[in-house]
Design a protein around this ligand. Sequence first.
Ligand SMILES: [Zn+2]
Length: 365
Amino acid sequence: MIGDREVILFHDPRTLAHQPDADAAFLPGRLDRRVREILSGLGAKWSYPEHPGRLRAVLELLEREPVPGLRLAPGVAATREQLARVHTTSYLDGIQALRGENAWLDVDTTAVSPGSVEAAEVAAGTAIAAVEAVMTGGARGAFAAVRPPGHHAESVRARGFCLFNNVAVAAAHAQAALGCRRVLIVDWDAHHGNGTQEIFWADPDVLFFDTHRAAPFYPGSGALEDVGGGLGEGYTVNVPLPGGAGDMALLKAFREILVPAADAFRPDLVLVSAGFDAHRFDLALNVSYEGFASMTRIVRDIADRHCQGRLAMVLEGGYHTESLARGVHATLEVMAGADPEDPWAPGLGAVDEAVAFHRDAFNGP
Ligand SMILES: [Zn+2]
C-alpha cells in the first residue's frame, strides 16, 4: 500500500544554477562559431531544453500532491576521488577549467554556464547520497532529482546535456565504499545510455539493461549485438525499439529480458537511470504514466527479491515539464508502496462482462 515504504527524494538547489543560455557570450573558438551558425539557421528561437524549470515542475507537483511516505533531503557535491572512479583525471581537469565560464563542450549541445561545474558535482554527489540512503537503511527507496543528467557522459567526454555520469558514479561508489559487489543499472530513458555502457563495457559486476529508441535516433548506439566485451561480455543488454513503442513493448522487455537477467545476476543494489522522455509527450516513445508505474513495480520487485528492496533512481531526461513531473510522481508512488495494475488492465474486466452479456445477441435463435 502507498506509504508502506519510506522513500527519500534528494534535491539540491545548486543543481538549478546550471543554466546554459543559447544567447550567452561564448568562449572564442571554432566550435562555438559553428554552433552559433547552426542556431542562427534554425529560423526559430532555440532555447536549451535541459533547463532548471524541469526540476521546479517536479517539486511543485510534489508540493501540490504529496506522496505518502516520501520525504525530502538535500544533496551533496561529489569529491574528485568519487568522480575519478569513472572519469579520467584529464577529463576532470578539463571540466574544472570551465568553472565560472559559458562554453559549448560538444556538438551534441552540451553547454556550461558559470554554475554548471558545481551543479554537475552536486548531481553526481546527490546520486551517491541516494545510494548511501538505501545501503545504510535510511530508506527502502531513494530518488535523486538532479541535473544536469548523466547517462550520455563517457569516461572522457561530455555528451547530450551530460557532464558527469551520475548513475555510474553512484554505482562505482556502491562498489568501492559500500560493500556492493554486483550492481544492476536499468536505463529506461528514451535515449541509449551510451556513457554508462562505455564505462561498464568490460565489467561483469555491473549488469546494464537499456531500453531506448533505436538508431539513428540520438545517440545512435545501443544495438542488440552490443553485449559488452572482455570479462563484461553478456553484462550489457540493449533493447532498441522503434519510434512509437509504448507500454506493452517496454513491459514485455522488462518481464521477458530484464527479470530473468536480473534473477541470474542477483544484484546487491538496483539503480535506475530514470528518464521520462520515454513518455508520449516527448515524442520519442509512447510510454504512459501507468507504464512508468508498472516498470517501477518490476524493478522494485527485483530489488525486493535480491537486495532487501534497495532501489535508487537517478533522474535523466524528460523535457516536457508536465509529463516529467507526472512521470516522476507516478514512479515515486510505486516506490512508496503503491501496487499499480498493468496500463492496459483498466476496463478489461468490464469488457469481459460485456462479452458474456452480449455473447448470444448476434448468434441467432
Ligand atoms: Zn533521454
